[in-house]
Design a protein around this ligand. Structure first.
Ligand SMILES: NC(=O)C1=CN([C@@H]2O[C@H](COP(=O)(O)OP(=O)(O)OC[C@H]3O[C@@H](n4cnc5c(N)ncnc54)[C@H](O)[C@@H]3O)[C@@H](O)[C@H]2O)C=CC1
Ligand SMILES: O=C(O)[C@H]1O[C@H](OP(=O)(O)OP(=O)(O)OC[C@H]2O[C@@H](n3ccc(=O)[nH]c3=O)[C@H](O)[C@@H]2O)[C@H](O)[C@@H](O)[C@@H]1O
Length: 469
């Protein structure tokens, strides 16, 4: 198998952009072109002042070093495909909104369109790599489409190479991944294609961290990893409810169980609920797969992880209402953080959206502050969350603020929805002085020093702690 010289990545999103920018940085001998149908997105990747379409610590530096050298962004999808010997398919795979499997199955329309485009355009042999998260055996459908539509002389090898980066730490994750997973058919050609992709990663990833497995194992491992990570959060959040009812402290419980080396300390932080574009979507995908395989009990088991997450969000907003004397009508609530986690501007499935919708339904006034999320994104998300409420009505109830201090002014309560580091160092004394009394803080992220805030005068409620205000 010849060495990979040109890579094309279809999809310039949160995964395709950072992943292939890092490949370009680490492999100066490979020409990497990232293509997308979305002109605005490509323009942003190409912007002279590096005003990139996604916020990710360290990303700008990578793009500055590689762009124009061996990293290119383009809307010319066909040229990208034609020139490449290896093509990543890194398009979105959202949950289906209608038709068979609506609400559970992955919408593979974008993967199919990209695959058809490859078949229609390629005039020489290619390695096609599934980077998107897809249901088990998607590679088989891709093969059928490619075989039925390919031009003479074009032969395709299909690999699965799921991505495990987390937003906010994408560049660190890509520089030093726990593992790179490559799935291939166990044929001679499949193994050679796998070796060619492995060689690309070996430019910076130690060989022992590159795992090569069968195609179906690789596809399923991605869904399984996300399901198990989300399951840990739902487990710890379920325990947080018990803590609140008993006086135990979830931070102490998580620390105690995490010291067991079989459990480990990571990913045990109780929260207002997990968000992000993938956990819920991938679990629902696993639920759908299990149901299609007639594995009803397995489907129910995984579904409970999502059910618990919904319960956690509801439980938190109810606690806010209960604590504020059973009504928040006409009261001003400052929500600090709108992104689904810190260090990203991404709001997909953010718990903050559900909380704010609940507060709107209770007819509260809401002030929002987030250091990275753009106002138009916040309005779009709130509009989508309450499709029956006109945007003008939402905008009469909700204000977007440019600092935490501004958001908290004249508020009855502060709700911490995202764990941005800057919320730890707010001038809480000044916040207290500017709020109505009694001034409440609801910490949904185990972020603040509750005792210090109480000494200032705040009444503090922390997720997973049931003690006095
Ligand atoms: N966001 C994340 O942190 C992670 C996402 N994933 C998976 O990676 C995949 C991509 O996710 P994101 O990058 O977040 O999605 P995204 O929505 O940010 O980006 C996907 C891009 O693909 C483009 N696209 C769609 N169809 C196309 C076509 N036929 N030709 C050219 N461009 C096309 C869209 O315009 C969009 O810019 C999904 O399957 C997701 O589950 C995996 C690991 C992490
Ligand atoms: O497939 C994907 O999209 C990615 O999904 C997650 O990454 P991401 O969603 O970007 O971010 P996480 O750090 O996993 O956080 C997800 C959500 O869980 C929450 N969380 C995380 C950890 C924790 O202990 N508690 C907790 O509530 C976060 O605040 C956030 O809302 C996985 O961590 C990645 O490995 C995976 O590649």
């Amino acid at each position: 198998m010849p060495r990979v010289k040109q890579i094309c990545c279809i999809g310039a999103g949160y995964v395709g952009g950072p992943t292939c920018a890092v490949i370009a940085l680490k492999c100066p001998h490979i020409r990497v072109t990232i293509v997308d149908l979305n002109q605005a997105r490509i323009d942003a990747w190409n912007s002279p002042d590096f005003n990139l379409p996604i916020y990710e610590p360290g990303l700008e530096d990578v793009v500055r070093q590689a762009r124009g050298r061996n990293l290119f962004f383009s809307t010319d999808v066909d040229k990208g495909i034609r020139d490449a010997d290896l093509i990543f398919v890194s398009v979105n795979t959202p949950t289906k909104k209608s038709g068979v499997g609506a609400g559970f199955a992955a919408d593979l329309n974008y993967v199919e369109l990209a695959t058809r485009r490859i078949a229609a355009t390629a005039t020489s042999s290619k390695i096609v790599v599934e980077k998107s998260t897809v249901p088990c055996r998607t590679a088989e459908s891709m093969r059928t489409i490619l075989d039925a539509n390919s031009k003479p002389n074009a032969r395709f090898d299909i690999l699965s190479n799921p991505e495990f980066l987390a937003e906010g730490t994408a560049i660190d994750d890509l520089f030093a991944p726990d593992r790179v997973l490559i799935g291939s058919l166990q044929t001679q050609e499949g193994k050679e294609a796998c070796a060619a992709l492995s060689e690309v990663y070996q430019n910076w990833v130690p060989k022992e961290r590159i795992l090569t497995v069968g195609l179906w194992s690789s596809e399923l491992s991605k869904l399984a990893a996300n399901a198990m990570l989300a399951q840990r959060i739902s487990s710890v959040n379920a325990l947080s409810a018990i803590c609140e009812a008993t006086g135990a402290n979830i931070a102490e419980v998580a620390h105690s169980i995490g010291q067991d080396s079989r459990i480990g300390p990571k990913f045990l932080r109780a929260s207002v609920g997990f968000g992000g574009s993938c956990f819920q979507k991938d679990i629902l995908n696993l639920v759908y797969l299990s149901e299609s395989l007639n594995l009803k009990e397995v489907a129910e088991y995984w579904k409970q992880v999502v059910t618990m997450n919904e319960y956690q969000k509801r439980r938190f907003s109810k606690r806010v209402v209960d604590t504020l004397f059973n009504t928040i009508t006409g009261k001003r609530i400052a929500v600090l953080g709108f992104a689904f986690k810190a260090d990203t501007g991404d709001t997909r499935e953010s718990a903050a959206i559900t909380l704010i919708r609940d507060f709107q339904q209770e007819r509260a006034l809401v002030n929002i502050y987030d250091p990275q999320v753009e106002s138009n994104q916040i309005w779009a998300d709130l509009n989508e969350a309450s499709p029956d409420v006109p945007l003008e009505t939402i905008q009469r109830q909700v204000s977007i603020c440019s600092s935490a201090l501004e958001a908290c002014k004249n508020a009855e309560a502060v709700v911490i929805a995202t764990e941005w580091a800057e919320f730890k160092t707010i001038d809480w004394q000044a916040v207290y002085a500017s709020m109505n009394k009694p001034a409440f803080v609801f910490d949904g992220r185990l972020l603040v020093d509750a005792d210090r805030l109480r000494s200032i005068g705040f009444k503090v409620t922390v997720i997973g702690r049931g003690e006095r205000l």
